[in-house]
Design a binder for this molecule. Structure first.
Ligand SMILES: Nc1ncnc2c1ncn2[C@@H]1O[C@H](COP(=O)(O)OP(=O)(O)OP(=O)(O)O)[C@@H](O)[C@H]1O
Ligand SMILES: [Mg+2]
Length: 264
């Protein structure tokens, strides 16, 4: 990841990763749930090392967008490719895709009956075919990286929400993904735990990880995003760098949305 080292500006501390070759490419994507047209003509290219924040009103299709990139949802038309390879529909290709595309959900989704360390080693052992010893060594490194190494032998319910979410991030990292999708990773957390998770995400950005982050945390967007993508009613209405988007949104929808979230 080091080739994507940030070009942080000393004055603001903002990270703006170098954006490399296209990694995730969505072309003319259409998705329906029955009659409901949830993704409408989505065209979006995310470069290697890029941090894209997706923002927009409830029901605008942000989660569906993430789930489609990870092929947890199928699309009706258009194409999605990861590193030049179109999404596979099933079989081994799908397992490989899921390993390449990490996902961190709002609800931490850890395996309740496995220890923290087992949560992080399971995927690498099963899918990446690491030995137990290798997976545990790397698992401990990752737990250390997110600051929960002391919790390795505990079970998820014994950890705070913020700790669990950091474990979920370590679990995603354990697969060496090409990109990690975050779907509102801090919105289920008690307020005092939000920053400990955002700090881990900022570090990932700083290390050059390609990230798609659905979040309304403007501080994170301003600090780490290359680009903000604003969705409404299944469409990408507007996209811009965070400073431009938050200070001078163009569309009426974005202005309206920002006026609502800024008053909270
Ligand atoms: N499995 C499903 N079946 C039918 N409709 C669905 C399904 N999942 C989502 N939808 C609908 O698709 C639309 C987009 O939902 P989505 O969850 O992607 O929105 P979102 O932008 O993530 O919203 P939120 O901010 O509330 O998380 C909504 O109208 C939702 O009700
Ligand atoms: Mg959602």
């Amino acid at each position: 990841m080091s080739e994507n080292a940030d070009s942080a500006t000393a004055t603001t501390g903002a990270i703006r990763n170098h954006v490399g070759e296209p990694l995730v490419v969505l072309t003319d994507v259409e998705k329906f749930f029955g009659e409901l047209h949830v993704l409408q003509n989505i065209n979006l290219t995310i470069g290697k090392g890029e941090v894209v924040v997706v923002i927009g009103p409830s029901g605008s299709g942000k989660s569906t967008l993430c789930r489609s990139i990870n092929r947890l949802e199928t699309i009706q038309s258009g194409t999605i490719s990861i590193d030049g390879v179109p999404l596979p529909s099933e079989g081994n290709g799908l397992a490989k895709l899921r390993a390449d595309v990490g996902m961190v959900f709002q609800s931490f989704n850890l395996f309740a009956h496995k220890t923290i360390l087992d949560n992080v080693t399971l995927g690498p052992i099963k899918v990446r075919k690491l030995s137990n010893a290798e997976a545990r060594k790397r698992g401990m490194e990752l737990l250390t990286r997110v600051g929960v190494q002391d919790q390795a032998e505990k079970y998820p319910a014994q950890l705070s929400g913020g700790q669990q979410q950091r474990v979920a991030i370590a679990r995603a990292l354990a697969m060496n993904p090409k990109v990690i999708l975050f779907d509102e990773p801090t919105s289920a957390l008690d307020p005092e735990m939000v920053n400990e998770v955002l700090d881990v995400m900022v570090d990932l950005a700083r290390q050059g990880m390609t990230m798609v982050v659905v979040t309304h945390e403007m501080g994170f967007a301003r600090k780490a995003a290359n680009r903000v993508v604003f969705m409404a009613d299944g469409q990408i209405v507007e996209e811009a760098d965070p400073d431009t988007f938050f200070t001078a949104p163009k569309s009426a929808r974005a202005k309206d949305f920002l006026s609502k979230i800024l008053t909270h």
